[in-house]
Design a protein around this ligand. Structure first.
Ligand SMILES: NC(=O)CC[C@H](N)C(=O)O
Length: 251
């Protein structure tokens, strides 16, 4: 079995490259029938409105929803998180279609516009408990969403104190949202709910493969066949020579 990566738009190549480094085959998924050949799915970051329009065009929504409901492992990163959420706020006029399944409300552009993108050291205790490595993860937030509230079955894997964001990202919109976040002074940026994993940031753009290894452990076929997967947690490598501005501008 191979891992499918939704390849309509966004950073699907980067996800496939990380899977390859871990010895796992990632295949591009663009058509409903291709979901029959994969055991799990990664929905990359990009632009969720565009992704939704393309998914509609390719008649992917029924198959994607069925895939989620069948309990197959699905990981949404950034726009992929928005896609998986039951409810999204801050959408473009007319809204956008979501796959749903993840019991949460997500704010589409919580951290502001493209220029308010940032990197931060994010504590990830549950992932460290499974994967080892440094206590934090160099998380890349590109015009990122955040989770405003979660249902009872959702496990929070990472959050950020709003005070910390204010110092790295002086976006007045964040102050306004503070009152409406149930988590008080923190905002949620990574969650797990059964077969679903979601991160508001982009692990596929860093050298630290712990999130990919963590996800692969949710895929039974892969866990049985590749017990030798070793995550590399050289989080300082982050972008290497690249930086956020080298990546495409998402509208
Ligand atoms: N880097 C990203 O995936 C950005 C997602 C973007 N906020 C959206 O609405 O789709």
């Amino acid at each position: 079995m191979v891992v499918g990566v939704l390849a309509l738009q966004g950073s699907f190549n980067e996800h496939i490259a990380v899977l390859k480094r871990l010895g796992v085959k990632g295949v591009e998924v663009r058509k409903p029938e291709q979901l029959l050949n994969v055991s799990s799915l990664i929905i990359p970051g990009g632009e969720s409105t565009t992704m939704a329009k393309l998914a509609e065009l390719h008649n992917l929504f029924p198959a994607l929803r069925e895939f989620v409901q069948m309990g197959k492992p699905v990981w949404g990163t950034c726009a992929g998180l928005i896609f998986l959420a039951n409810k999204a706020t801050g959408q473009k006029t007319g809204g956008q279609k979501l796959i749903g399944g993840l019991d949460c409300t997500v704010h589409r552009n919580f951290f502001g516009s493209q220029i308010q993108s940032f990197e931060t050291e994010l504590p990830i205790p549950q992932v460290v408990a499974e994967e080892g490595g440094p206590p934090s993860f160099r998380a890349v937030f590109i015009r990122a969403p955040a989770i405003l509230d979660v249902g009872p079955d959702v496990e929070v894997l990472a959050d950020i104190p709003l005070s910390a964001i204010e110092t790295i990202n002086s976006n007045p919109a964040i102050q306004k949202e503070e009152d409406s976040t149930e988590s008080g002074k923190k905002v949620i940026v990574a969650v797990k709910q059964g077969n679903l994993l979601a991160t508001a940031f982009h692990p596929e753009l860093t050298a630290d493969t712990r999130w990919h290894s963590y996800f692969l452990k949710m895929v039974p076929e892969i866990e049985e066949g590749t017990s030798d997967i070793v995550s590399t947690s050289t989080s300082n490598l982050s972008f290497g020579a690249r930086s956020i501005i080298d990546f495409p501008i998402y509208q």
